[in-house]
Ligand binder design. Structure first.
Ligand code: UDP
Length: 383
């Protein structure tokens, strides 16, 4: 069957609308992927919360009123309710032959539901979004025979995944960003002096290392991203001691905040839209002093697309995304990052944009997914 006649049920899960209102990694990936799939002739049925606004061929409000958005119910309870909703929808569409395949992004909801259907379920591709070595339990019960397949968002993520999961893998697809489209035609804001760390404030992302580095070399650093559930400095300040129950808040207050002086090192909270893009495009370099194996690195790709070289510890997918000496500088040694930040001035912003516009466009990502959909369908129909 050609891509033209393929109908995919895309499960975005019960939490955020697509596209997401602000931070929302998985929902952003879906919002980037779906328009390109439709351009390739794929029919997309979106299972998401009712408030999603992404244009699709059909939207099913599997999770009707956004009641889960605030996570006011316990996680397991939300997942259980969402699984029941989704199972009903999938069963009906599949029995009517209305879908060829499910592309799922939500392991505790979609994958759990589809795997439990076994041979009676539709062919399913589940995209892995996590550092799987850290979450082996999530996939402990993966079954569903040949009908359920997985893909990673980088080769390194898959290499670290438990064997039981790798056996179900059909490969990896690097994340993309709409920012990489027409990279050459985008306005180029002047480069500023600042370094930027864009991402959730979290020990794995290493904002504490970055903050100490900034003071050592005397280069301004902007930290952008949420601290746990707090998106603005004022919200965190107002939350008082209770906020410390969140481990990311404790990390920020204990390890990062002592270096945040509001002058050389600033935390600006979550940024979005044009503000985010301008901050990224005008940075002298994006810094990723990682302490975890970054699985997909959306912010890395976004940085390149906006012409900002990347300086990072060579962990997770970074060596796959960054060409050392061309689009960024990588080191295995955290202590070397300061030297690399200074050397990054020699890298060409236009080259970063060119590479992103070739390798990480939404069209490239969608084309690759169409290939994987075919593989999933073939293995599901094999005798
Ligand atoms: N992001 C954002 N505003 C922020 C911080 C992050 O829009 O203040 C976005 C960022 O641009 C990227 C995503 O959140 O698209 C983070 O994805 P990534 O894969 O880099 O990290 P994750 O949080 O998934 O580990």
């Amino acid at each position: 069957m050609s891509a033209r006649s393929l109908t995919v049920l895309m499960n975005a899960g019960p939490w955020l609308s697509v596209p997401p209102p602000g931070y929302g990694g998985i929902e952003n990936v879906i919002a980037t992927l779906v328009p390109e799939l439709r351009r390739l002739g794929v029919r997309v049925v979106l299972a998401s919360v009712g408030s999603s606004t992404l244009p699709v061929d059909e939207q099913i409000s599997v999770f009707p009123d956004g009641q889960f958005a605030a996570l006011q119910r316990p996680y397991n309870q939300v997942c259980g309710i969402a699984q029941a909703h989704l199972a009903g929808v999938v069963r009906e569409l599949h029995s009517r032959d209305d879908i060829d395949l499910v592309h799922d992004h939500v392991e505790a909801v979609g994958l759990a539901t589809l795997a439990a259907m076994g041979p009676a379920g539709p062919p399913t591709l589940h995209t892995l979004h996590w550092d799987l070595a850290k979450h082996p339990a999530l996939y402990g019960t993966l079954d569903g025979g040949d009908r359920v397949r997985v893909n990673g968002v980088s080769a390194s993520q898959l290499a670290r995944a438990p064997l039981a999961l790798r056996e179900h893998s059909v490969g990896h697809v690097h994340l993309s960003t709409p920012l990489a489209v027409d990279a050459d035609r985008r306005p180029r804001p002047d480069k500023g002096e600042h370094l930027l760390i864009l991402g959730r404030i979290n020990p794995g992302k290493g904002q504490d290392v970055g903050a100490r580095l900034a003071h050592r070399v005397g280069i301004p650093l902007v930290l952008a991203g949420p601290v746990g559930p707090y998106h603005r400095p004022a919200d965190l300040a107002a939350a008082g001691d209770e906020a410390r129950q969140n481990p990311d808040v404790r990390f920020f207050l204990d390890e990062v905040a002592p270096h945040v002086d509001g002058d050389l090192v600033r935390w600006v909270g979550t940024v979005a839209g044009q503000e985010r893009d301008d901050l990224l495009a005008s940075a002298r370099a994006s810094l990723f002093p990682l302490r975890w194996e970054e699985p997909g690195g959306t912010a890395v790709v976004e940085s390149l697309a906006l012409g900002t070289p990347v300086v990072a510890t060579a962990r997770g997918c970074l060596p796959e995304l960054i060409e050392h000496g061309r689009t960024g500088l990588l080191t295995a040694d955290e202590e070397e990052l300061a030297d690399l930040v200074l050397a990054a001035e020699l890298l060409d912003p236009d080259e970063c944009r060119r590479v992103a516009a070739q390798r990480f466009t939404p069209a490239v990502m969608a084309q690759r997914y169409v290939e994987l959909y075919e593989r999933v369908r073939q293995s599901a129909s094999a005798p």
